[in-house]
Design a binder for this molecule. Structure first.
Ligand code: HEC
Length: 207
């Protein structure tokens, strides 16, 4: 009798753990790791002639791959996400510029394929600062991006973002700071963040 109850307990526990694991991890993983780029319908010119979504060239700006590693190492993901959530899960789409190019009607939520070119998807942990999925559309110059990293309070006096002064060095030519190679790569990466490539009408995954 006793061992029967024990077997039931173990069996129950196995099901209680296995079911969520299969439903939440194994099935979505299998589904999303087999996603393929989706071609645009013939003759449809998108953003100057891209052939498919996602477009491999979009995320390769300068040193942006190295920049992504700096982003990870510096802990930016502790305060910044890179997921524009569907409206049922959060107000991201109501925040100006978070979803991408509103003026062109291209703002949208993030889809799994948007991360296809990334070695590690830097989804983020908390939303203390803005979502950075489309920050490349909001801050468009290297100067402003550097200023934000070097001295966030010079842009927003109440900024809760730490200054990343260790990515800069004092300029040998007098006053001021100049970026290290790490800061340049990080800025390349940030300027490349544009997760609003137009979706072909047929993309149905990840909705
Ligand atoms: C302790 C939390 C914190 C960390 C860590 C952090 N940030 Fe921020 N960040 C913020 C906050 C809060 C804001 C909003 C205030 C502001 O604009 O300065 C912000 C704003 C920004 C903006 C401007 C976004 C916009 O839409 O205007 C950029 C770009 C940015 N952060 C990049 C980074 C990068 C890159 C790193 C890592 C090197 C980083 N942040 C680390 C909190 C953080």
């Amino acid at each position: 009798m006793k061992s029967d109850a024990f077997t039931k307990l173990i069996g129950g526990l196995a099901i209680a753990f296995a079911l969520p694991l299969i439903l939440l991890i194994v099935i979505p993983f299998n589904h999303q790791s087999s996603l393929q780029p989706v071609p645009y319908p013939e003759g449809q010119e998108v953003d100057g002639g891209m052939a498919a979504y996602p477009d491999a060239t979009l995320y390769k700006v300068g040193e942006s791959d190295y920049g992504a590693k700096i982003y990870a190492a510096e802990g930016c993901a502790y305060c910044h996400t890179q997921v524009v959530r569907p409206t049922y899960a959060g107000p991201d789409m109501w925040r100006r510029g978070w979803g991408g190019r509103e003026e062109d009607g291209l703002a949208r939520e993030t889809r799994p394929l948007d991360y296809e070119q990334e070695e590690i998807a830097l989804l983020g942990y908390q939303r203390i600062g803005q979502d950075l999925s489309n920050v490349g559309h909001r801050i468009t110059t290297r100067e402003l991006m550097h200023q934000h990293l070097l001295d966030p309070r010079s842009i927003d006096a109440d900024s809760g973002m730490p200054a990343y002064k260790h990515l800069y060095r004092k300029s040998p030519y007098g006053k001021g700071w100049e970026p290290t190679a790490k800061a340049e790569a990080l800025v390349d990466y940030l300027l490349s963040l544009k997760k609003d490539q137009p979706l072909p009408g047929v993309v149905t995954t990840g909705g």
